[in-house]
Design a protein around this ligand. Structure first.
Ligand SMILES: O=C(O)CCC(=O)C(=O)O
Length: 272
């Protein structure tokens, strides 16, 4: 399959978990009705983003309510579903985890955010995910009839070695549930996503919660899809909504043939 349609659901996220799940279900249905075969949700879509919420909203695989509902959404709509991320509890540890389902509703991959967002920009933003979360230890991708697809979460995108590793493992598209801040979003969001697309010659699809100025953590929004040529194909504003993009694997192959960056690497001179 050389082409497929991707949908990114930029959801409003509140403290009411059930409402978050219902909004996600409606958005996945809408995307499927618009012909999307792969649908993705935002980072921490069932829970407000903040250290004091994660333990309260955390779920354990496989019996967690959100995890079960994600499988149902994938099956009912016959889509691949990258279920954003949720706080996951296992053996007394919390992770920022993305669960991925196939169109039969089976869980086929789980990514635990590898790089925790511990930053301190005085008078702008201080956040320490490591106060509550533990880091994931694995690179994540899954295979579909459309090709191999990678999953990373938010701050993971800032580590080019990770995305290059995935590109060398053969991904054609990276899905990034994310929630950039109002400080780093305007400065780095589009630039970083375009750069990862361009230097690895892959599609990148980043999906944020919608902006809520009254929330403890105000997400930038601006979910977007970038092409292997480094262009922005489609970008949301800050409000809730669905954006879609046609992923063209022939175009990806043509760009890699005409500008063979991955082949031109000099691994005898440098290695990851
Ligand atoms: O890298 C950034 O600027 C934002 C990252 C972030 O908010 C996160 O990883 O949750």
């Amino acid at each position: 399959m050389d082409r497929f349609k991707l949908g990114l659901c930029q959801l409003q996220v509140t403290a009411a978990k059930e409402e978050n799940l219902q909004r996600a279900a409606a958005a996945v249905k809408d995307a499927a009705q618009q012909g999307c075969q792969l649908v993705a949700l935002p980072e921490m879509f069932n829970c407000p983003y903040g250290n004091h919420y994660f333990a309260k909203y955390a779920e354990t695989f496989p019996q967690g309510e959100t995890i079960i509902r994600l499988g149902q959404m994938a099956k009912e709509n016959s889509v691949y579903l990258v279920g954003g991320s949720i706080p996951e509890l296992e053996d007394d540890k919390l992770y920022n985890s993305s669960f991925v389902f196939n169109p039969a509703g089976e869980m086929i991959a789980r990514h635990r955010k590898i790089h925790l967002f511990d930053i301190d920009i005085p008078s702008a933003i201080t956040f320490r995910e490591s106060d509550t979360l533990s880091p994931g230890e694995a690179v994540t991708s899954f295979d579909t009839p459309f090709g191999r697809i990678g999953v990373a979460i938010c701050y993971d995108i800032r580590f080019p070695e990770l995305i290059r590793t995935m590109a060398l493992q053969g991904i054609v598209l990276l899905i990034l549930p994310a929630a950039f801040t109002m400080v780093t979003g305007p400065a780095h969001w589009e630039l970083t996503l375009r750069a990862r697309s361009l230097d690895n010659q892959i599609y990148v699809a980043a999906v944020s919660p919608a902006r809520d100025e009254s929330a403890d953590f105000v997400a930038y929004g601006h979910s977007l899809v970038t092409s292997p040529w480094g262009e922005v194909m489609v970008q949301a504003d800050e409000k809730p909504g669905l954006i879609t993009a046609n992923i063209d694997l022939k175009l990806l192959a043509k760009i890699r043939e005409q500008l063979p960056l991955l082949k031109h690497r000099r691994t005898s001179v440098y290695q990851l």
